[in-house]
Design a protein around this ligand. Structure first.
Ligand SMILES: Nc1nc2c(ncn2[C@@H]2O[C@H](COP(=O)(O)OP(=O)(O)OP(=O)(O)O)[C@@H](O)[C@H]2O)c(=O)[nH]1
Ligand SMILES: [Mg+2]
Length: 278
């Protein structure tokens, strides 16, 4: 069946960004470090029209650190201001603050306050980043996409920071990208099938991180992903009456193991290799 996706939100997104843009001095674009390209909205540069922005690879604690370094090199080679971040633990907070100050110096007009806008697709950690920047839980965060409903300004000394709902919708360019966005929690669960997602993940892991997968679930031999799901379900006691496998529960378990990092630090896409030689 795949992911049923209707990107009907772009017009609204454009309007909302156009409304707030004149108020902002600097943009913080938050993406998921496990998906540093596909969790970016390709229309953002055109929407923010040359405004300075900082690209934050958030949830770096869940991503493969080597690949994160490669992504940073890649984006730097394209002239972007980029750093990895972990909003949950506040890692790299000082570096982010320093980067914000450096970027502020490049602004033509210095003002009494600095207005920052935090943008990104749903569930990438925008509100968590904002909370880190202001040093308190000013904005609600949550595991599902769509937690932040409206815009919210929060102040800390000279900084005024705007939290936005996930108004930047990811661009699903293929089923593959769709599944990956679902895996990192950017897509509402109602529009995809959890068992299909788990089967996709198991197949992908089998190809890219086979040892981690086999070790974590003590699986004996590689098999079709759906068979692996069955085995995991059996091993973890996901059973329904009569001893049959509860695939739905097993799928939820696999997805949760991935999302929490229990399957290891995993990045779902690599930077284009041709630019890395620079
Ligand atoms: N491991 C980890 N989890 C994070 C990080 N940043 C945010 N989270 C978690 O990711 C989930 C989403 O965070 P939010 O800050 O609500 O994300 P958001 O982008 O504001 O989401 P919406 O408002 O729904 O668009 C929460 O469960 C956070 O605790 C991080 O750097 N590492
Ligand atoms: Mg939010």
């Amino acid at each position: 069946m795949g992911i049923q996706w209707y990107p009907g939100h772009m017009a609204k997104t454009k309007r909302e960004i156009k409304e707030v843009l004149p108020l902002l001095d600097l943009i913080i674009e938050v993406v998921d470090a496990r998906l540093p390209l596909s969790s970016r909205n390709p229309d953002l540069p055109a929407l923010i029209k040359g405004k300075q922005s900082i690209l934050l690879l958030n949830k770096a604690d869940l991503a493969d650190p080597e690949i994160t370094s490669e992504w940073i090199r890649y984006y730097r080679s394209l002239g972007e201001v980029v750093l990895d971040f972990n909003a949950q633990a506040g890692e790299n907070l000082k570096k982010l603050a320093r980067t914000i100050n450096e970027e502020e110096k490049k602004l033509t007009r210095q003002k009494a306050s600095l207005r920052l806008g935090v943008f990104g697709i749903p569930n990438c950690g925008k509100s968590s980043v904002l909370n880190r920047l202001v040093g308190k839980s000013a904005a609600r965060v949550g595991e599902r996409p769509g937690i932040t409903r409206g815009r919210q300004w929060v102040k800390r000394e000279r900084w005024e920071i705007l939290d936005t709902p996930g108004i930047l919708w990811p661009k699903i360019s293929s089923q593959e990208v769709g599944w990956k966005l679902a895996l990192v929690g950017a897509i509402k669960q109602e529009i995809f099938d959890l068992e299909e997602l788990a089967v996709y993940l198991l197949g992908w892991l089998q190809e890219k991180y086979p040892e981690g997968l086999m070790d974590y679930y003590s699986l004996e031999q590689e098999d079709e992903p759906v068979k692996l799901l069955e085995e995991i379900g059996r091993k973890r006691g996901c059973l329904i009456k009569g001893g049959e496998i509860d695939y739905s529960r097993a799928a939820g378990l696999v997805w949760s193991d991935f999302r929490s990092g229990r399957l290891g630090r995993i990045t779902l896409e690599n930077p284009p290799t041709h630019s890395l030689s620079q």
